[in-house]
Design a protein around this ligand. Structure first.
Ligand code: XIL
Length: 773
């Protein structure tokens, strides 16, 4: 009894480090969704816990430029912190408005709450004077040693401060949170450490106006007729480079989301950003961009692993043996590629390694000089080992046509292919001047010869800068260069993507890097399409239509979500995916049906039904968990691949009508509003997305009769909010991927009630089922 009590108590203490107070609810877990990596001065410690430490003056840093809390009415932020020195000051910091200029305080609206000695301290800035207003209270009951729970709540017109669950004090809100939004951070006094172990946002039960806002999870409005839509229908990628600070400007976001089906990070994945200190990595900005890309069904290229620019001085100032430089390179590549494994389809592994001047030898760079002649081969091998599914590119400029540098690049990659180095493509940067770009023929010839080596080509950084002032004639000449690039690409099947280096002339590297030049992109400074856009659209439109899986069109069978599990059926929605309608005969499903194949991570999968607009397939039991790539190949012509999330289980209760579960009552009749189940009877629930089975079933084969008792992961059901005991959870014999779960209808529920069946850790959808009164 005593042992059990202690055990329960211990578990409780860990789970409930910070919980909302009585009558309040948690609206966000800021430890998990806090974007903590985006506060550059806060390190991420063991177990992903943000740590603030100072060697010198006292220091507070808040997460900026990412997820924020938005609210009206009452809300609170509660946290648990550990402080390295009990006698010293540790704080949580809430910033509701950033400073507006070089002085840290002007415009700043911020409040810090923390502990100092035996006091709960608060101090706030309102943006008009540099000094903060301090207010402190005795720590209720005296400050204990060990972690401290702090909560700052806005309640009506007051700010209320709690420490370890008890009110420490309150005062009138000076108007700190009038912006309706806040960022969070932590701080430490000199020579101390503050570690955050838990942080949540909470609100009174009745207040539904408190929520996280992630600017990078916004869905951009689509027209269906943007460049991206034209490209996707033709199995082609048209992309753009951007950065998080650009997307945050807001005006760029709709244009990017509407026009491009591919994205590349202008800077966010370069060495200096991802690897700012020895052994320390930061993926904040790259992760944010990828979040935006995935939310908007864009694929992302990785740029760039090794380059001579934008490497931090801790790298270039170090002294290395060749083995040490190679080890550094290996660690960097493994960590960065590994971080994005399965999510980035392509990587620029090495950038600009070939000299501009004849004889175009390898450029003297940190990597060549320290890691030696084999550094390029090595880099590709390291990257391939870290993500075997990513296509690896060598990327360079001034090698687009057939000149000496292009020849040197060709010879170099030819050697790599001959040596069996895992290289899959060449990126042609294509930073052109209005006059002086290579001809369409030259570019086409170069793309063709690379294709003969078995390599793909991406035009990776297209822009066509114009000598100022820009005139209508120059814009027409620029459109011709865009047209030539597109035509050269269109003429060669191995040219699979074109990306511009930016979106709008309002935000471009050209203005600062090429004085006297400007306006190289397809959209002008008012985000209006230029002649270059029109020319590009005309060229893309002339590419042949191909089978296409619509964005978000790979989902669990009969469901809505892109989560599937091994063995379950999945649906593809698309266009031109088959010439007609075909259904598989009973028995083992074929992997080719009506001239259609579907591949999941390159493997042809069993097909149940194909038609031009919809396909039903089975996810192989062998599919590894994580992001899988699905592709339709119709009469030998492939679509673009779309990503799909493969989870251990993806429970989805089949539905009919307006969200009614496909559920049989005990007499095997379909449950409906007119045919309700009785309490105490059992229901048979039909679902997709079972977990792994304890008796193996061959992919494509119907579930054998003797496998009816195959159990899956622990399965729990709830009906009308009450537990519905599970009598059986397994597969339906003679069908593919159909799970059935028998549950007992609990007492005390009636009418149309919500049904939910969770398998393992995964929650199901929540259709309704009728229970008789
Ligand atoms: C540029 C970025 O656009 C700038 O913001 C940054 O200051 C410097 O780098 N070739 C490349 C790109 O491969 O990474 C470069 O991007 C442009 C030239």
């Amino acid at each position: 009894m005593r042992a059990l009590f202690l055990l329960l108590f211990a578990t409780f203490a860990i789970d409930a480090a910070v919980a909302p107070r009585e009558g309040w609810k948690q609206v966000a877990d800021l430890m998990v969704n806090g974007d903590w990596e985006c506060a550059p001065s806060i390190a991420i410690g063991a177990g992903g816990r943000p740590v603030s430490l100072t060697a010198g003056g006292s220091f507070t840093a808040a997460v900026q430029g990412g997820t924020t809390l938005r609210f009206t009415g009452d809300f609170s932020v509660a946290a648990e912190i550990e402080s390295s020195v009990t006698a010293n000051t540790s704080v949580i910091s809430l910033v509701s408005r950033a400073a507006s200029g070089p002085e840290f305080w002007r415009g700043l609206k911020r409040i810090d709450m923390g502990v100092s000695g035996n006091s709960v301290i608060t101090y706030y800035w309102m943006g008009d004077v540099s000094n903060s207003t301090p207010r402190s209270f005795a720590f209720p009951g005296g400050r204990p040693t060990g972690p401290v729970r702090l909560e700052l709540a806005r309640v009506g017109s007051e700010l209320v401060f709690y420490a370890n669950g008890r009110e420490a004090g309150r005062y009138t809100d000076p108007g700190l949170f009038s912006s309706g939004t806040l960022n969070w951070g932590i701080g430490a006094a000199p020579n101390t450490t503050t570690t955050l172990t838990s942080m949540i946002a909470a609100a009174p039960e009745a207040n539904n106006d408190v929520a996280l806002f992630d600017p990078f999870s916004q869905k951009a409005p689509r027209t269906g007729t943007g460049l991206r839509d034209l490209a996707s229908a033709r199995g082609f990628y048209f992309g753009a480079a951007t950065d998080t600070n650009e997307l945050l400007q807001g005006s760029l976001l709709p244009t990017i989301g509407r026009e491009f089906n591919m994205l590349v990070a202008g800077n966010a994945m370069k060495f200096d950003t991802t690897h700012p200190a020895p052994g320390r990595y930061n993926f904040c900005r790259g992760d944010q961009l990828l979040r935006f890309a995935e939310t908007n069904h864009m694929r992302m290229r990785g740029h760039v692993l090794l380059w001579h620019n934008q490497i931090p001085s801790w790298v270039t100032n170090g002294t290395y043996t060749q083995a040490e430089a190679t080890a550094l390179m290996k660690e960097h590549i493994e960590t960065v590629v590994g971080h994005y494994k399965g999510r980035l389809g392509w990587w620029d592994v090495v950038n600009e390694a070939v000299s501009d001047a004849a004889p175009h030898a390898l450029r003297s760079t940190f990597w060549l000089d320290k890691a030696g002649q084999n550094y390029i081969d090595d880099a590709f091998r390291f990257a391939h080992a870290a993500d075997p599914d990513a296509k690896l590119f060598y990327n360079d400029y001034n090698g687009e046509g057939m000149g000496g540098k292009a020849n040197a690049i060709y010879t170099m990659v030819q050697g790599m292919v001959a040596r069996g180095v895992p290289i899959h493509g060449v990126g042609l940067q294509a930073h052109f001047q209005g006059s002086g770009a290579p001809t369409q023929q030259q570019m086409s010839d170069n793309i063709k010869r690379l294709g003969q080596l078995g390599l793909e080509v991406h035009v990776t950084e297209l822009d066509v800068r114009l000598q100022s002032p820009t005139t209508p004639e120059k814009l027409e000449a620029q459109a011709t260069v865009y047209r030539n690039v597109m035509a050269a690409c269109r003429a060669n099947a191995n040219c699979t993507a074109v990306l511009t280096w930016g979106v709008t002339d309002a935000i471009s590297w050209i203005d600062s890097f090429f004085p006297g030049y400007a306006d190289g992109l397809m959209f002008d400074r008012q985000y209006q399409p230029k002649p270059a856009y029109t020319a590009t659209v005309q060229e893309v439109t002339q590419m042949p239509l191909r089978p296409q899986i619509l964005d978000g069109g790979a989902i669990i069978h009969a469901g809505l979500e892109g989560n599937v599990s091994p063995g379950s059926l999945a649906d593809l929605y698309g266009a031109r995916m088959a010439t007609s309608t075909f259904t598989a005969p009973s028995g083992v499903l074929p992997t080719e049906l009506g001239g259609v194949k579907v591949t999941v991570n390159g493997t042809a999968v069993p097909l149940y039904y194909v038609s031009p607009g919809m396909i039903i397939l089975q996810i192989p039991y062998e599919t590894k968990l994580g992001t899988a790539q699905v592709k339709v190949v119709t009469g030998g012509v492939p679509s673009l691949a779309v990503p799909m999330k493969v989870k251990e289980a993806a429970p989805f209760i089949l539905t009919y009508g307006a969200n009614r579960g496909i559920v049989q009552n005990s007499d095997y009749s379909l449950n409906s509003a007119e045919n309700c189940a009785r309490a105490g009877s059992f229901l048979i629930v039909y679902m997709m997305g079972s977990g792994p089975l304890d008796g193996a079933v061959a992919t494509g084969a119907p579930v054998p009769l003797d496998r009816v008792y195959s159990q899956t992961l622990p399965t729990k059901a709830r009906l009308g909010g009450k537990e519905a005991p599970v009598l059986f959870a397994g597969m339906t014999p003679d069908l593919w991927g159909l799970m059935q779960v028998n549950v007992t209808v609990p007492e005390g529920v009636s009418g149309d009630v919500e049904l939910r069946v969770d398998v393992g850790e995964e929650q199901s959808n929540r259709p309704v089922v009728c229970v008789a009164p």
